[in-house]
Design a protein around this ligand. Sequence first.
Ligand code: F6P
Length: 324
Amino acid sequence: INKIAVLTSGGDAPGMNAAIRAVVRACTYYRVDCIGVYRGYQGLIEGDFKELSARHVSNIINKGGTILKSARSQDFRTEEGREKAYKNLKKAGVGALVIIGGDGTFTGGLKFIQEYNFPIIGIPGTIDNDIYGTDRTIGYDTALNTVVEVIDKIRDTASSHNRLFFIEVMGRDAGFIALNTGIGAGAEEILIPEKDLGLDRLVDSLKTSKEKGKTSSIVVVSEGDKIGKNVFELGDHIKEIFPDYDIRVSVLGHMQRGGAPSCSDRVLASRLGVAAVEHLLDRSSGVMVGVTNNQVTTVGLNKAIKMNNDIDKELLKVAEITSV
Ligand code: F6P
């Protein structure tokens, strides 16, 4: 392999730039050329490439987003799209590809390997932490810290006005962001898709809090939770049951994906970027590099997307006990 390409795809995540930087610098270190592909798989199809040297990635380790831009390419879902991508890679003399993203990214990568036997290594980059085979995904730690900082601020105003706040956080179908920020920000209740609390229990819990003299409350709701149709309807429903409650709903949205990456995400991204290049040079393909028990590990891309990360039962217990 003389030339490695790197791309970021799907939802961006803080730390993706640190991963790009590590891939580029590992290529320089091992004397392999590196090219960046813009806008994920869409850029592969359109041949939107740029040669990247070690100096091109100066001063990006601290930046949120991705300098290579990201996209959710519909064209790459088609055979014609993937054929164009393959031809462009061949024309540019690229021998292997590093894909940074989440399950959609890895699904596309797997298909490409099956069709063209093209060497690919995945790096998990998503705030959702919903990828099997790594203790953490790049961006998750930063998102947790961002969310906790915001909930702390909402708590100030909630307590000043004796209000009940429903705060919706991201995570797609996974409740990791909700559960961990709920504990970290001291939420009254945490609603996650993995564990159906049920409306009745939520109502009971809010009644009990009232009886105990709690004057304000924070309920963290994962966007994938199914307890209400959406968080606003949930707020309306609770208002009907507790007409004297002053209720507000806050959807945190895309601010959760932005900002400078935490040190932990920068280190994780740097480790995985280097490991991805080393694995490609060792002729490995079809795997994702991750960190398990603080060791760099690999897992098949098919497993990374198909298997679920279990929610930690101990965390559920801690959430329950610390909100009495
Ligand atoms: O996968 C990251 C994520 O931010 C999810 O938490 C969220 O459901 C989704 O992406 C939002 O996607 P978009 O940016 O396309 O609205």
